[in-house]
Design a protein around this ligand. Structure first.
Ligand code: PSU
Ligand code: MN
Length: 342
């Protein structure tokens, strides 16, 4: 018999399932009549305690140009599968939240030339986009929300949002950071994009009480395109078993927040990463001169696109590589988590 316990949290009523194994159907455990469709393969995995890795979709709709966006979306799913975990790409299709996408849905989101209109969805956009029956790419913030609702414990992506350069004046601080205080999910990323103010982002995560761990042999916090940002994480782990135990401890203590595992880009991209950083600096100053830096949710996609142009696409290859790398690590952590006692 299925039981959903409603637990009052700062964000509202968040359903908590008592024990995965007692469920016959996940959809019954979600809020009644919620506009959410869980892919059968993902549902089977969640009900039977098989490892699942959530994947975001803003990176598909707004983060990369087509067709690289589609190739990347497919390759991260197959990398997750190679670890024995099940991928669950999350997105909005025609006003329904999809947890796990078909290949044609991935293609629909990726080809924004043929099917324009997918919106970038953070927490604040979700209800309106559903009411207006939109397609949407979920950012880290909304992917965290839907992962937590479905009971997915691990989420892999490229870069978490953060405090933008000049954020002390513009107040442009990604909603991704706050969401990590509400959703008990391990977010695996290559840190935060180097277009951001990495130091202030780490300070703010400390204020919010979000655990930050470098997934490496040292405490160096990565800088997205390069392996070291000059800033340190408070912790580092370098194996999936320990990472999984950290998530388990959170669960055992009833802590409702997530954790950030920051995985450096693979070594072979380090040299090119150093040259990409020049383009990042140029794109950031152009955005300030052109007044783009105060345009809210447009800022991140604009900067990513501009860095791509300035580097003749080289940043894109690095971006794909680092996302594939986090998908691998995420798959391994999810696998170890599934072996731990619930
Ligand atoms: N990192 C990338 N590409 C992206 C993003 C991050 O390499 O497209 C997206 C993620 O979805 C992240 C979002 O959650 O940018 C943050 O946007 P903002 O800064 O507007 O909160
Ligand atoms: Mn912003």
């Amino acid at each position: 018999m299925l039981r959903t316990r409603q637990v009052l949290s700062t964000s509202g009523y968040v359903p908590r399932r008592c024990c995965h194994r007692s469920f016959k159907s996940l959809s019954e455990s979600l809020p009644r009549n919620a506009p959410i469709d869980v892919h059968p393969e993902v549902e089977d995995a969640l009900v039977n305690n098989k490892p699942v890795v959530a994947l975001e979709s803003t990176i598909i709709t707004h983060g990369m140009p087509y067709p690289t966006s589609l190739e990347m979306a497919r390759s991260v799913e197959s990398i997750v599968r190679s670890t024995g975990s099940i991928p669950a790409t999350i997105a909005l299709i025609g006003g329904r939240v999809k947890i796990g996408l078909s290949d044609s849905e991935l293609a629909r989101l990726a080809d924004q030339g043929a099917n324009p209109g997918a919106v970038k969805l953070s927490r604040r956009d979700i209800a309106a986009a559903i009411a207006l029956k939109k397609d949407g790419g979920t950012t880290c913030s909304s992917t965290l929300i839907f992962s937590a609702l479905a009971g997915i414990k691990v989420f892999a992506t490229g870069g978490l949002g953060g405090v933008h350069r000049g954020g002390e004046n513009t107040m442009d601080v990604s909603a991704d950071l706050q969401e990590l205080t509400r959703c008990p999910v391990g977010l695996v990323s290559a840190g935060v994009k180097s277009i951001l103010d990495i130091g202030r982002t780490l300070e703010y995560l400390e204020t919010l009480g979000v655990p930050v761990l470098s997934y490496a042999e040292t405490n160096d916090f990565p800088a997205f395109y390069t392996r070291k940002s000059g800033f340190k994480s408070p912790w580092h782990v370098s194996d999936p078993i320990t990472a999984a135990k950290i998530l388990q401890t959170h669960r055992q203590l009833g802590m409702s927040n997530g954790a950030l595992f920051a995985v450096p880009i693979p070594e072979q991209y380090e040299a090119i990463g150093v040259t990409l950083q020049d383009a990042v600096e140029q794109a950031v100053s152009e955005s300030e001169e052109l007044g783009i830096s105060t345009r809210g949710k447009e800022v991140t996609p604009w900067l990513l696109k501009r860095v791509g142009e300035l580097t003749q696409g080289k940043s894109l290859a690095s971006n794909v590589a680092l996302v594939e790398n986090t998908a691998l690590v995420g798959g391994q952590i999810a696998m170890e988590y599934s072996k731990l006692a619930l």
